[in-house]
Ligand binder design. Sequence first.
Ligand SMILES: C[S@@+](CC[C@H](N)C(=O)[O-])C[C@H]1O[C@@H](n2cnc3c(N)ncnc32)[C@H](O)[C@@H]1O
Length: 224
Amino acid sequence: MVTRFLKRPFGDQIAFLQQLRREFEATGAVAPSSRFLARAITKPLTDREGPARILEVGPGTGAVTRQIVQGLRSDDRLDLVELNGGFVEILQQKFRDDPVFQAAADRAEIHMCAVQDFEADGQYDFIVSGLPLNNFPAELVREIFEVCFNLLADDGVLSYFEYMFVRKFRRVLSRGSERARLTALEEILGARLQQHRFRTNGVLVNIPPAWVHHLRKEETPRAD
Ligand SMILES: C[S@@+](CC[C@H](N)C(=O)[O-])C[C@H]1O[C@@H](n2cnc3c(N)ncnc32)[C@H](O)[C@@H]1O
């Protein structure tokens, strides 16, 4: 059903909205990421030397995956972890039928599960996450960061995005337990960024505009 739309213009956008209606919290976006966001979040991969193990978490319809597979080298390996069966179906079809994806199909594997349940067979040099963290309970976000950092090689890089000002805006408008959740998220994400971030880029050409954060597993030395 979802894949019927793939051959039509805007097929990915329509499929995305369908999944948003069904799985609002886990989908967490009204449209796939723009190519500008895809380029910004995969920048550390473009700059790498040597073969790499890459994990993409929450690939959705494959907007960021397209960018990754375009730069995938012969000795690289790509694992994709996606929770939603509708999106998995779309990704499988792309690896079968889309020439850009097909070219990397022998080095890519799709795993249909939540990242917190993913059983990896090794660590990754790069983890690229499209998870809508602002929609999740604080404890789940804490767990996801722990899981991702455990999956990251010592000199590995974790890249993720968040929509600009959305958390702060929602926090101002919310009350009670929702406000407490957003406050806890602010603390968890703020602490991770303070310890591990080496770069943040703003991407304005995206719906909505987003910040892309790049974190190293090794802690960033503090100025004080
Ligand atoms: C905001 S969409 C991002 C899609 C795509 N990366 C993009 O940029 O267009 C979030 C994606 O994360 C997936 N997702 C949500 N929770 C997840 C989890 N715990 N483990 C793996 N994937 C998850 C959703 O199904 C959805 O595909």
